[in-house]
Structures are given as C-alpha cells and as structure tokens.
Design a protein around this ligand. Structure first.
Ligand code: WT7
Length: 660
C-alpha cells in the first residue's frame, strides 16, 4: 500500500469516557448538533460563537459579507481589540494573578508571568512603540527568538493596531530584507542574539545585514531586546534598547479599537511560484477561530497547562501560543531552544516539571525523539512522570501511523486522545481535526471537519468525488479566520486560492485528500502543487531553484524536487547544471557543500538541499520542459518506468542518479 491510499485496516481508538462526559464538545450528538446548526444557519452559527467567545467594543450587526468575493468580510461593522481580549478581560474576570505564561529558556531557567504582569509588559511596550510614532495600520517586523518578549511584542502591536509580521529567527538576512521591503515596516523588534541548543546565534547583526542589502528605507527604528548581553554594533540614529524604550512608560494603555477586518498580522509563507506571500489575517474572525479551536480541539479548561512547542515565527505559534490560549485565560508554556538539548528528554522533562496537561507538537519532532529514545534508554519517555497529560496534538504534516502509535503509547500512556490537526497558514486555525470528547481516532487520519468548516474532496471540475477516491481538498464556504488577501497582491490571492480555471467558488487548499469509504474520514495525501514540507516547514521548490540559480557564477540551471524522508517527512533534492564541466568525486562534494551554504544564506538553513546531484543537463521534453516526474523517481532511487523516448540525452539520467 502506498502512503497515498486510504487506510483499509487500522486500529480504532474511541474517545475516553471521561472526555466524552466532560469535554466542551461532549459526545457525538453534541458534534452533530453543532454541524447541523451551521448547516441550517451558517451566518447565525458563527455570529453566536463570535458573541460568546469574543468581547466586542462595538457589537457587529453584519456577519458574512460576500459582496466582493473572494475577498470575504466577517463581522465588518464590529470593533474590538485582540490584546484586550487576551489580557484585560481575563483580569476583569478575576484571573489577574493566574499564571499566563511559564517560560523555560534554553538553559532551563524558568520565568512565570501572571495575566496582570503580562498586561503591564505589553502596555509598556505598546506605549513605547506609540512614543516612537508607531500607529494603527503601521507594520512592525518581529525577528526574535522564543520568549515572553516575543509574545508581548505581538500583543503590543495588536494593542495599538499595528500589524505585526513575525519572521522566524532561522531566516537569512536576504529573507528578512524581502519581508521588510514587502511589508514596508516602520520598525523591527529583535534581540542581540538568540539561544538555541546551548549556542548563541546572531539576530541583531542579521537585521543590520538585511538593512544594508537595501530596500528597507521604511524602517525608522530597530528595537533590541537584550537576550545574551553579547557585544553588538549599535547605530544610535536607528537602534534602541527595548529596555530603555519601555523604562519610563506607563503600565496603562488604552487599546486601539479596530474594525474586525483590520489586519492583525501578515505572515509569509511559500507558494508554488515566486517569492513567499504575505498572508493577511483579520482581527475579529481570526481571533474567534483561535479561541474557538483552542477551546474545542484542545478542550482547554481553567486548570490546564497547555504547551504548543511551535515557534512564534510560524502560524502555529501565532494561533496556539500568542492568541488562542490567552484569549481563553489559559496557562501556557513558552519554550526556547530545541527538543534535543540538553538532551532528547527535554520535552518529557518539561511536561513532568510543569505538569503539562495538553501537549501539541509536530510529527517530525516525535520521529526524531523516537530515534533518540531508541538509541539512548535514559531519554525514553518511560523515565518521566507524564501522568499530567490528558490530550496530545499533532500538526504540520501527516503523522505516520507508527509514530502515532508510539506517541499514543509512550507519551500519552495509552490514555490521551491525539488530535491530528490539519490546517494551514492561510486558514488561521484548525480545519479538519478530531475532537477529544467526540472522535474515534484512526492513526494517520485527521478525521472530520471542525464544526462549521465545509471541507470536501472534489475533482478538477469542482464536483464531489465519491468516498474512497482521491481528489482535491477544498473548503466550500468562507470561514471567519480565512486569509483575507496576499499583502499588496490581491490578484495573486485570487489566482492561488480561487483560480477561475478551477471552479472559482471554493477555497483551494493546495493539498490532495481522500475520504475513507466507510467513515468519511479525511486523509491528507500531500501537496498537489510545487510546495514541499520539510520538518513541517513549507518550502516552494521554485524558491529554492531561484536561490540556486542566483549563484550566477556557478549555476546554469537547477530543478528541485522532494523525496520521502524518515525523519523530516520530505527531503529537498536539487539537480544542478553548472557553468563548468560536471564535477565528480571530491570536487562534486566541495561544490555541493558550497551550494548548500549558498541556499542557507539566501533563504535560511531550513532550505538547504539534503541531496545535490550534478548533471550536464536536466531531463527535458523536446519543447524544453523539465520532466519533474523523472527527477522525482531519481530522487527516490526508483527505477524509471516513465517513457523516456522524448529525452534528448538519456545518459544524463545515470549522471543524475549519482549522489555526492
Ligand atoms: C501545509 C500547511 C498547520 C500549521 C503549520 C503548517 C500540511 C499541516 C497537517 C496535518 C497532514 C498537514 C499540509 C498543509 N499539513 N497539517 N495534520 N496532516 N498535512 O502550516 O506551513 O501553512 O503548511 O502543511 O500540506 O497544506 P503551513
């Protein structure tokens, strides 16, 4: 059976009885009732939830506005503030002294902040930003490692109506520059350095490099959080220590009440063509789904300790660290570092130490920790007290059944439901996911749509395909937390998600899916565009190809494909034609290393090809089109079964099969 077929035989894991009895969505009938409510009155369903979960300054009277489809609006005449919803209102409800964040640093130091304390930090930052002239609608880039400051910086932007755009701390100066230029940001919030796996890595010097690359004239201020105390260059005309900026500021800051459609953030993600796109999210609809999915998918309750291991540089960190859990008044863990430092027992030790009850991580982390636990007895989860756990989550890529079973047995002690949550940067929150008190689980399936989400599998003409038949994953109706547009490029938004030549009406996720013939459960079969998923990180093949050919001295042509990898899910494989004779032996190794570093510099280390193969040419059709399917087979080490009669030079297939 290939991984793209629907499972035909599997173990079933019914929901635990206490979850069925006590979960926010409790039992199948409750799930069915919610789906029926949405079916009967779609707008009314979301309006009810938006009134229940969100505090509005001005209540909305409009719900869904489809007049300018596919640029949908939700709750458009309502006003609110995201940071008020995440902080002040919890304090007003008596949660002021409750721990909001437990932060554990790379070296193991722990710092806790209560809701009151977090609000004070956010307000001082918000007032500091205001004192520099940052105002509603301005964009602010956040390039920080994980910490309370990162979450606070995002909340501070939200408080004053500035639109944040967080750039993952692993991206290069070039990638950072591109995002600064595209957003036209007025300020960058960064740190002197970041701490990862016992090593101090640069941040501020990368910001300097990015600005020196040009095109960043919009940036008036660079605010620097002191993380390690390293000696860093300072440009007095532009740079300011964050501590100095907030020192004299008031702990009170009236929230800027914004319209529901006001852009809360931009987050860049890879598409199949061109540069990464700035996914624009709203305030009202986004915050609703962040809060609602945290409540229903994770069943977050007052006494839970919630831990999402993502970085705030990804959407998972936005929705399930900065916004969702705080909007519900939860207690959450924020962690700095990597799962394997000081050893591969870090996650299990943190769950034990902080009595984590809900744990949300990525399959790639699970797989690497399985390997580590199999190699080193002492980091196996069985050595830790994980009895506080009640719900586990998975996100970012398909979880293979073997990893699922291990996670369930060894981490969850066989008691904890695993919610395999399918969603995307563009969807803002969970789309297809089990609910812990409802769903009978099948390893490897994200099961059924979140109540209200109209997910379906269709063919090229937009017609539903029968269960058991693979097709294209779509969402038939707009939902509150969906992407609003691509920043500065509404045409690209339409082309990417609502292409006219497809069906025009449905949101196109970019993934394939198949539904189980008996249960209707969804299994995601992977991207149907040229987007790779490496360790849960999304990478466009074209982006990596452009980075390679931008080495104009060396590279004539490049083609990038993915191949399955046991640990990272997919691995990047690049086929390169050089502007010099095809290298072999040590020369090939040396040049492959140079090109890997080049890609790391152009995009970031996460985009480094695992394999680089050199050829005198690439396999092309007579019309000059690269035969990617052939390259995929070569990358997988499979025998070539495709028709190669149209190839000009079949000998290059042998060349390209050789690894360096
Ligand atoms: C792509 C979105 C979801 C936030 C983190 C990644 C893949 C995501 C699953 C899952 C199978 C998944 C899809 C999707 N994906 N979750 N549970 N099962 N595939 O967000 O970087 O926007 O990537 O990740 O291919 O399109 P992203």
């Amino acid at each position: 059976m290939s991984s793209h077929d629907a499972p035909t035989e599997y173990s079933l894991y019914p929901p635990p009885a206490d979850a069925v009895a006590h979960a926010h969505v409790s039992g199948q009938a409750a799930y069915d009732a919610l789906c029926a409510e949405a079916e009967a009155d779609y707008a009314g369903y979301w309006a009810r939830l938006a009134r229940e979960l969100i505090s509005w300054k001005t209540p909305f009277t409009q719900v869904l506005d489809e007049s300018n489809a596919p640029f949908f609006k939700w709750f458009a005449d309502g006003t609110l503030n995201a940071s008020y919803n995440c902080l002040d209102r919890n304090i007003e409800r008596g949660l002021g002294d409750k721990t909001a964040i437990i932060f554990e640093a790379d070296g193991g130091e722990v710092r806790r902040v209560s809701y009151k304390e977090l609000l004070a930090i956010v307000n001082k930052m918000a007032n500091g930003l205001k004192s520099l002239g940052v105002q509603k609608g301005d964009r602010v880039i956040i390039y920080l490692s994980m910490g309370i400051e990162g979450v606070a910086a995002m909340q501070a932007c939200a408080r004053i109506g500035a639109t944040h755009s967080v750039v993952f701390g692993g991206f290069s100066a070039q990638s950072l520059r591109d995002r600064i230029e595209d957003t036209g940001a007025v300020a960058v919030i960064t740190a002197d350095q970041q701490q990862r796996g016992g090593k101090a890595l640069p941040l501020k010097t990368i910001v300097d490099e990015a600005i020196a690359l040009g095109g960043c004239g919009s940036v008036k201020h660079v605010l620097v959080h002191k993380r390690t105390g390293a000696d860093i260059p300072f440009d007095a005309s532009r740079d300011l220590w964050l501590a100095d900026l907030v020192a004299g500021q008031s702990e009170v800051c009236e929230p800027e009440w914004v319209e529901a459609e006001h852009p809360l953030f931009l987050l860049y993600t890879s598409g199949s063509t061109g540069k990464p796109k700035g996914v624009q999210h709203s305030t009202g609809g986004y915050l609703l789904h962040a809060a609602l999915t945290t409540k229903w998918t994770f069943d977050l309750k007052d006494d839970d300790v919630f831990w999402c291991t993502a970085d705030i540089g990804w959407v998972t960190g936005h929705t399930y660290i900065t916004y969702g859990p705080l909007a519900l008044g939860g207690t959450e863990i924020v962690f700095e570092g990597v799962p394997t430092f000081p050893d591969a027992g870090r996650f299990w030790k943190m769950i034990q130490d902080h009595k984590v009850s809900i744990f949300y991580t990525a399959p790639t982390a699970i797989r690497s920790l399985i390997k580590a636990a199999e190699a080193t007895e002492s980091v196996h989860p069985k050595n830790y007290d994980l009895s506080s756990l009640r719900i586990l989550g998975s996100v970012g890529e398909p979880i293979n059944p073997a990893a699922w079973e291990w996670y369930h047995k060894h981490v969850g002690g066989g008691r904890c439901p695993i919610v395999d949550t399918f969603w995307q940067t563009e969807t803002g929150g969970h789309m297809i996911t089990p609910l812990p008190g409802v769903t009978t689980l099948v390893p490897g399936s994200c099961t059924l749509p979140f109540p209200g989400i109209q997910a379906a599998v269709v063919d090229e003409t937009g017609k539903d395909v029968p269960w058991g038949q693979g097709g294209i994953l779509v969402v038939k109706k707009p939902w509150p937390s969906m992407i609003r547009t691509i920043w500065g490029d509404p045409e690209r938004f339409k082309k990417s998600y609502y292409p006219a030549d497809f069906h025009g009406k449905y949101y196109l996720a970019g993934d394939g899916a198949i539904r189980d013939p008996k249960t209707g459960y969804f299994t995601i079969t992977g991207r149907i565009d040229d987007v790779l998923n490496v360790s849960g990180h999304r990478m466009g093949t074209m982006e990596i190809e452009s980075a390679l050919v931008s080495h104009t001295e060396l590279v004539a042509e490049a083609a990038v494909v993915g191949r399955p990898d046991d640990t990272t899910g997919e691995a990047i494989c690049a086929f390169v034609v050089l502007k010099r004779p095809r290298p072999t032996g040590d020369e090939a190794k040396k040049l492959a290393a140079e090109l890997r570093n080049w890609v790391a510099k152009e995009i970031g280390p996460i985009a480094k090809p695992k394999d680089i193969r050199f050829g005198e040419n690439l396999p092309k059709t007579r019309s000059g089109k690269i035969m990617r399917r052939l390259l995929r087979s070569i990358a997988r080490g499979e025998a070539i079964t495709q028709d190669t009669s149209t190839l000009e030079n079949p000998a290059i297939l042998d060349q390209l099969s050789q690894t360096n």
